[in-house]
Design a protein around this ligand. Structure first.
Ligand SMILES: [Zn+2]
Length: 434
């Protein structure tokens, strides 16, 4: 049933296995069969892909995606989110639990997984809520959630303000060896704020969110982590202070990992410009010193993964005054272009960029994939690194259009996305099974 595929003369970048060079890659029965410096002979009936000038890399994995189903299907569904994912080169996404029926039970986890099976495009890994209804009051049943297929616990969208509860979930999660993923925001410090507290917020007359709203919570959770010996994953790190604390904690051997979103390493608070709600997110776009610190942390290994925080919203959610604008932007279809901008600027090596999109996220959440060793699932992204294109939000596969990057020219594009040896996206077109 499954045919073979031979990628010829690709630049294969596989950080985990130390590969960066011209190779042929043979895929059979949905798995990587051979990666060879010498040209391989195509088996009979194999599809041959001439990958000259292209990169063949492990499929990207996004640790932070809001698919909005169940409950807000007008913004996104598991199906439309998976379409956006494979169009962006992602072969796996972690679905946040803050849907309008919160994923705090096996029932909701199973629903998301069944929608993902129906979509049949990429892997969807649900994350379960730390607290019931994301209310921050009572722990949900972690055992039930993990048993149903959740790969992490998080109240993302909201912080866990109660330190005792946070301490308990860090302890409890060690029983299941899943990471506790945190949205770090001290609500008493961010209250009433609409953007980063700095010169721009002063100029615009908007209430600011100080960096301490994030950094103080990172500090608290690192203290709790040390005491509990748990696993902490800090979502969407945005400030220099957080980076410094996480770097130091890693040096001391704490089990902390973190992710950075493309918008946070690309834009600073000046992007809010003239009250542009497409530059409104939580955590907010920070100052230029923070952007510089995030870039250094991407280079030196403090950051484990680039994750998009893909947050679809309707037009009416953004067509309001800035303070009332809802937080978040879509990210799946612009992540590669923004990451490659760092490569073209000489900030990241191609190898490090690929690592941050594939091997890093797979390792952090213990997910399959992230590398191309023989026997591993053939989840593969083919990249045209030099191809220029202009972001047109109206052509997104996502159901939502909220992006500050509409009209931006990108260099580097997804050419093909393969999941389990099947081509699901090619040259701008989806290849759906139905
Ligand atoms: Zn968040």
């Amino acid at each position: 049933m499954m045919t073979s595929v031979l990628f010829q003369r690709a630049r294969v970048i596989d950080p985990r296995n130390g590969v960066d060079g011209i190779r042929d890659v043979l895929v059979t029965d949905g798995r990587v069969a051979q990666v060879s410096e010498a040209p391989l002979v195509a088996p009979k009936d194999a599809r041959v892909v001439d990958a000259t000038g292209k990169w063949v890399v492990p499929g990207f994995i996004d640790l932070h995606v809001h698919l909005r189903e169940p409950g807000e299907e007008g913004k996104e569904t598991v199906l439309t989110g998976c379409r956006a994912a494979v169009a962006g080169g992602f072969t796996g996404v972690v679905a946040m639990p803050n849907t309008k029926v919160v994923n705090d039970s096996a029932l909701v986890t199973e629903l998301v997984l069944s929608r993902a099976r129906d979509a049949d495009l990429c892997h969807v890994y649900p994350a379960g809520a730390i607290t019931k209804g994301l209310k921050g009051e009572e722990l949900s049943e972690a055992g039930e959630l993990v048993g149903a297929g959740c790969v992490a616990l998080t109240d993302d969208g909201r912080p866990v303000m109660n330190a005792a509860l946070m301490r308990r979930v860090l302890q409890y999660a060690t029983l299941f060896d899943v990471p506790v993923m945190v949205h770090e925001e001290d609500l008493t410090l961010s209250a009433g704020g609409a953007m980063h507290e700095g010169a721009t917020s002063t100029r615009l007359g908007l209430r600011g969110i100080p960096a301490s709203a994030e950094v103080a919570m990172v500090a608290r959770d690192l203290v709790l982590l040390e005491e509990t010996k748990g696993r902490l994953h800090v979502a969407h790190v945005s400030c220099e202070g957080s980076v410094r604390l996480i770097r130091e904690a890693k040096k001391r051997g704490l089990r902390v990992t973190c992710e950075v979103a493309p918008h946070h390493f690309t834009l600073d608070d000046r992007a809010v410009g003239d009250y542009d709600t497409h530059a409104k997110m939580a955590p907010p776009l920070r100052g230029d010193a923070d952007v510089k610190a995030l870039r250094e942390a991407l280079v030196d290994g403090t950051v484990d993964a680039i994750a998009t925080d893909h947050a679809p919203h309707g037009v009416s959610d953004k067509l309001v005054e800035f303070e009332k604008g809802i937080n978040g932007i879509v990210g799946l279809e612009t992540a590669l272009g923004l990451t490659l901008a760092l490569v073209h600027e000489g900030v990241l090596t191609p190898r490090r960029a690929v690592e941050l999109l594939s091997e890093g996220p797979a390792r952090v959440f213990g997910l399959p994939g992230g590398h191309l060793a023989p026997g591993s699932p053939a989840d593969i992204t083919v990249v045209s690194p030099g191809e220029e294109w202009t972001v047109d939000a109206h052509r997104f596969y996502s159901r939502s259009r909220n992006t500050p990057f509409h009209g931006r020219t990108m260099k580097g594009r997804v050419s093909q996305t393969w999941v389990g040896g099947r081509c699901v996206f090619e040259d701008g077109q989806l290849k759906e099974s139905r």
